[in-house]
Ligand binder design. Structure first.
Ligand SMILES: *[C@@H]1O[C@H](CO)[C@@H](O)[C@H](O)[C@H]1NC(C)=O
Ligand SMILES: *[C@@H]1O[C@H](CO)[C@@H](O)[C@H](O)[C@H]1NC(C)=O
Ligand SMILES: *[C@@H]1O[C@H](CO)[C@@H](O)[C@H](O)[C@H]1NC(C)=O
Ligand SMILES: *[C@@H]1O[C@H](CO)[C@@H](O)[C@H](O)[C@H]1NC(C)=O
Length: 314
């Protein structure tokens, strides 16, 4: 009789000890004995999203119409296997994101370093949302993980100038450069490279919506007030944010965001380089570019006092 009771009770006792252990461990997790890096990352994501949402409201940038603008739809790249949509913002690591999408589509049967810069920007193997009928575009936006990356607006501007006006890509170094010289150069005969001052005079003389994508304000490219991006990445935290994006979309663990650079021998535009160029501008020009990129500063929480920003990050 006693033996029977014991056989009945023993498993219950073990189960009880197991439960106790489970709750003890859980408690330990909850009290933060093991700080979890991805919780910090999520908290930062929530801050970025709530700043964005409140600025969108305050600045009346939320549209009533739910129709996707075709200019915006042509910035959105889509990868179906991982249900991933990436909004292209030039000068914010976009070539490497396009390489990543290409590799995902190719089932990892490609290497980032094999994909040439010019090829990835011309290739039609990476699909854009704009190529689909509007009803399907909506389905994608509802169901896919949507990501956009931003960068400090002035650093992005300097990066665009260095990349496009100081190299020999014909559209920029000939066509656009000649247009700028014709508008702003006193000595029309001089064929010297367009200066950063002339470049800034040029972009601030045109309406924001007509600007080239490399220097068009980021919020106009991706319309974050009307597209609910799931992840708001920043160039300033590019490596970390990219690894999280790849995890969220379920990319193979062996895939890492590449860090290839087009003009490999040159230094990436950083805070010091940006300041060096900004010092060439008049205070009037500084005010004009701050106004041009005002929404990018507000929406993505970048400070307009660039001295503060860049000394923080050096
Ligand atoms: C505690 O946290 C770790 C890592 O975050 C997790 O793998 C584990 O499942 C958690 N344990 C419990 C009991 O919640
Ligand atoms: C905005 O950026 C600053 C750093 O420049 C940071 O300290 C602050 O927490 C950010 N605010 C939000 C709401 O993300
Ligand atoms: C996407 O979501 C919509 C609802 O918004 C649903 O009707 C549709 O079937 C989904 N499509 C896919 C491909 O999952
Ligand atoms: C520009 O070039 C033309 C012809 O080459 C010349 O006549 C003119 O004096 C030059 N102007 C200046 C400002 O150098």
């Amino acid at each position: 009789m006693n033996q029977k009771v014991l056989i009945f009770l023993l498993p219950n006792l073990f189960f009880g000890i197991f439960l106790l252990g489970f709750f003890y461990k859980r408690q330990k997790n909850l009290t933060g004995t093991f700080p979890d890096a991805s919780e910090d990352w999520l908290a930062i994501q929530n801050d970025r999203k709530s700043t964005l949402a409140s600025v969108c409201q305050k600045q009346n940038l939320v549209k009533l119409s739910s129709k996707l603008n075709s200019h915006v739809a042509s910035q959105l790249f889509v990868e179906h296997k991982h249900r991933f949509i990436y909004c292209e913002v030039p000068k914010v690591g976009c070539s490497n994101w396009k390489r990543t999408i290409f590799i995902l589509q190719a089932d990892m049967k490609a290497e980032a370093s094999e994909i040439e810069h010019d090829h990835i920007h011309q290739t039609s193997v990476i699909k854009k949302v704009v190529a689909y009928p509007p009803a399907i575009q909506k389905d994608f936006l509802n169901n896919y993980t949507k990501v956009m990356f931003t960068r400090h607006p002035l650093e992005r501007l300097v990066s665009a100038y260095r990349d496009k006006l100081l190299h020999s890509e014909p559209l920029y170094s000939i066509t656009i450069a000649n247009e700028i010289r014709a508008m702003f150069r006193k000595n029309k005969n001089s064929s010297e490279k367009v200066s950063f001052q002339e470049f800034v005079s040029f972009i601030t003389a045109n309406p924001p919506n007509s600007l080239d994508n490399h220097w068009k304000p980021m919020f106009l490219l991706c319309d974050p007030c009307n597209i609910p991006y799931d992840i708001l990445g920043k160039y300033e935290t590019l490596g970390l944010d990219s690894e999280h994006v790849l995890k969220v979309i379920g990319a193979p663990e062996s895939l890492h965001y590449p860090s290839l650079k087009r003009y490999g021998s040159e230094k990436r535009t950083n805070g010091d380089i940006t300041l060096e160029y900004l010092r060439q501008l008049t205070s009037e020009q500084i005010e004009k570019i701050k106004k041009l990129y005002q929404m990018d500063f507000f929406l993505f929480n970048y400070t307009m006092k660039y001295e503060d920003y860049f000394s923080l990050n050096d």
